[in-house]
Write a new protein. Structure first.
Length: 262
């Protein structure tokens, strides 16, 4: 269970990851199920922000071409100028290694890379000081853990909590679920007492909704705009949007998208 990031970044009074899943998740309405991503893209952040509960899908195979260990950062003055922030990752079991078992190859070097690159790209933003303050506990985690999932989940929670999200977080490893992509998602959503499952556009391409329907769970295809602040939302980390808009304006954008899913 991803205890460390949740306790560091939860809002005051939050019970996330502090009690048994069945007690923790009772009554959850909107549920999003997503792998831990390093400083996620704005589309991913928006889906999690719209949910009452985020199930961290940490018990699936790690994918090097995905976003568990890397984030595409866009420059402050020009979103077309982009750079990868990648954490060197060791897979103890080789290619079949699960996300929860992936390890940082050099935590100290990764720590420096994260701190230096983010400041280099966004240090001139007037919104940087608040972000930098929240970044401190994340950077400290590199001194105590080499677990990639802890770092990636924490980077997402940093942003969610900064934006006022008060949802609940649970590790998928702590919930019983069958194998098979759709069946696993049905079981995880049901375990959370979900009434609505928020599914990204990628997931809708393979998802079978029959299992959800049988459990009385509505599947909502989560969609975001494609213009304005959302023009590159599927491509680059949400950090740039936060640095350009600030937390207040970004919350307004996220709120509008969340309301549109009803």
């Amino acid at each position: 269970m991803c205890m460390t990031p949740t306790s560091l970044f939860s809002a005051p009074g939050s019970t996330a990851a502090s009690s048994a899943p069945e007690a923790l998740l009772a009554g959850a309405r909107r549920v999003a199920i997503h792998q831990p991503n390093l400083f996620p893209r704005l589309t991913t952040l928006a889906k999690l922000w719209a949910a009452d509960c985020w199930v961290v899908l940490d018990n699936v195979q790690f994918a090097r071409r995905d976003y568990q260990h890397r984030a595409r950062l866009a420059a402050l003055p020009d979103p077309g100028v982009r750079q990868w922030l990648s954490l060197a990752t060791h897979l103890p079991e080789g290619r079949p290694t699960l996300i929860r078992d992936a390890r940082l190859a050099d935590p100290a070097r990764c720590q420096r890379r994260v701190g230096q690159l983010l400041q280099q790209l966004y240090g001139r933003s007037r919104h940087w000081p608040l972000f930098q303050e929240r970044l401190g506990p994340l950077l400290s985690l590199f001194d105590t853990t080499d677990r990639l999932s802890v770092i990636s989940e924490s980077s997402t929670l940093l942003m969610l909590r900064l934006l006022g999200w008060r949802g609940q977080v649970v590790s998928g490893s702590d919930l019983p679920a069958r194998s098979g992509r759709s069946l696993r998602l049905v079981d995880l959503a049901e375990a959370c007492g979900a009434r609505t499952y928020l599914c990204g556009t990628g997931g809708m391409r393979y998802l079978s909704v029959d299992g959800f329907t049988q459990q009385g769970i509505k599947v909502t295809a989560f969609r975001t705009p494609s213009s304005g602040a959302w023009a590159s939302a599927r491509e680059v980390s949400a950090v740039r949007a936060l640095m350009v808009l600030g937390s207040v304006a970004l919350v307004q954008e996220l709120s509008a998208v969340a309301a549109a899913q009803s």
